[in-house]
Design a protein around this ligand. Structure first.
Ligand SMILES: [Zn+2]
Length: 511
């Protein structure tokens, strides 16, 4: 015997029993790879060979001893299946769906989708009735070979999806030119559908009505049976009961399952930066009232329209460290933001390329300017949320006072520090925020006279302080307020955010 041949796994100790098991599984109609599975073979490389080689190995096992087929690296071998019928255990997934034409179809699909990727993984959706069929084979084996299969459970049999990946992964890797890697951020998802799944699972509805409450499932009958509930129902079922309810061994299907879809997805990419807003009628995000658009564009759109062109993503989620009102400018070094790009097709950009994208955004419109644009990790984006409540903000408010404010009064105001405010939810946001009273602190203030009835107010405050309400008092809902502090009615005419003091993301020198 060739020295490279290794012992194949078998649950049976005796070679002759193994031979009988192989014959039994062949009679059930099982494909060579499923026969390997039900013998307990768990070595991925054993499954990589072509069905002919596996069959040969099985014949060898039957004839003489348990041997492993020689490794077969020749991808030119015709992988088409000799026999006509689909395997009753894997419904063809380990047969025709491991053949070259199907793998070529996947490769072509992925190539056409124009993704950039350095590795890939596959996720398979296998028809749920495969679980029933596998159990049925096991029950049959337990009946025929009690001593061998008595203690063998489903978890001892390699799963169809794993065997498929062991085999297809490296082959697809060769044709795509990048390695198969289960930790990859690029996923090729393949969904198999078996038209008779509902019919084969339907019987569960009668004796496991609690597990399969129809009303729980909203997305149609296809969702009624899933891996979790069918797996549980099978676990709760004795072999005797299973034999009464299902066919053992399972019926040989007339047709194999279908490949319902091949889809690619890439994990999200995160782009962070800081923005300035120089327009008093631009909202931060698209602004709708009762489904009617209230502003033509938004900070989000001005930024994302440009990102989309380069990253070719399917959708995006914009978030920022707080928000300013539509009529408030965002000045200074800007407000930190992050955009989550969902399913981006392009992901590799040099620092110079990112800088160019930033320039494009800044040239496209003077209303929104961006700095420190960069790709960040998902973990790093937590900084944005964590910092939201802690950060300090500075504002410039243009105010009006009913009475003339003396120089002494303005000095008195400027000397105040750490003013603790009680702010009831402002009237203007009551329609979208719950009624509550929040405590916020104005750390420092400085007032500067413009004329007898106008002054500038510089404020440094805790995040989340409602500045407009602090100035005009919001019908007494914010206390203290500028009216109570100055003893005369005050109002706010204009507001700018001068700084959002959050040191994130990293500063990037764009000179
Ligand atoms: Zn099979």
């Amino acid at each position: 015997m060739d020295a490279s041949m290794e012992q194949m796994a078998s649950f049976a100790d005796e070679d002759s029993t193994t031979a009988d098991i192989i014959t039994c599984l062949e009679q059930c109609g099982c494909c060579p790879r499923c026969i390997f599975r039900f013998l307990g073979e768990k070595n991925p490389s054993s499954f990589k060979c072509y069905p002919e080689a596996i069959k040969e190995a099985l014949n060898d096992m039957k004839k003489r001893s348990i041997v492993k087929p020689e490794s077969c690296d020749n991808t030119d071998v015709d992988m088409s299946r000799g026999d006509g019928q689909p395997c009753p255990a894997c419904l063809g997934i380990l047969q025709q769906y491991l053949d070259k034409p199907f793998l070529t179809k996947i490769k072509d699909y992925v190539t056409d989708a124009e993704y950039e990727f350095k590795s890939f993984l596959c996720s398979l959706t296998v028809p749920v009735c495969v679980l029933i069929r596998e159990r049925s084979v096991l029950v049959h084996l337990r009946e025929k070979f009690k001593a061998v299969y008595e203690s063998v459970t489903e978890s001892d049999i390699p799963r169809v999806k794993d065997v498929w990946k062991w085999t297809a992964g490296p082959l697809l890797g060769d044709s795509l030119g990048v390695p198969f890697d289960q930790k990859s951020n690029f996923d090729i998802a393949i969904t198999f559908n078996y038209p008779k799944t509902f019919k084969e699972c339907e019987i569960f509805l009668d004796f496991q009505p609690e597990v399969f409450k129809r009303r729980k499932f909203k997305r149609g009958q296809g969702e009624l049976f899933n891996r979790a509930n069918v797996g549980k129902a099978l676990k709760d079922m004795t072999d005797q009961k299973l034999r009464r309810v299902f066919q053992t061994p399972p019926t040989i299907p007339k047709v194999a399952c279908e490949c319902e879809s091949i889809t690619c997805t890439r994990e999200p990419l995160y782009i962070a930066g800081r923005y300035n807003k120089h327009n008093r009628s631009l909202s931060q995000t698209p602004w709708f009232v009762d489904g009617v658009r209230k502003s033509e564009s938004s900070v989000e759109e001005k930024i994302c329209d440009n990102l989309q062109k380069h990253f070719k993503y399917s959708d995006s989620k914009f978030s920022a460290s707080g928000r300013e009102d539509v009529d408030v400018l965002m000045l200074g070094t800007g407000r930190p933001f992050v955009v989550e790009l969902l399913d981006p097709h392009k992901v590799t950009f040099s620092k110079a390329a990112i800088l160019n994208i930033q320039k494009e955004i800044n040239t496209a419109s003077s209303e929104v300017q961006v700095r420190d644009l960069q790709i960040v990790t998902k973990e790093a984006t937590n900084k944005l949320k964590e910092g939201e409540m802690e950060k300090t903000k500075t504002y410039l408010a243009h105010c009006w006072s009913s009475d003339v404010l003396s120089a002494e009064k303005l000095e008195e105001i400027s000397a105040m520090t750490n003013i603790v405010l009680q702010q009831k939810t402002p009237v203007r946001v009551l329609h979208r925020r719950p009624l509550a009273t929040r405590e916020r602190t104005v750390y420092t203030m400085s007032a500067e006279k413009i004329d007898d009835h106008h002054f500038k107010l510089n404020l440094e405050t805790q995040a989340g302080t409602y500045i407009k309400e602090f100035v005009h008092g919001d019908f007494g809902r914010t206390t203290p307020n500028m009216s109570t502090l100055t003893g005369t009615e005050c109002d706010i005419l204009q507001l700018d955010v001068l700084a959002v003091l959050l040191d994130w993301p990293e500063h990037i020198d764009d000179s």
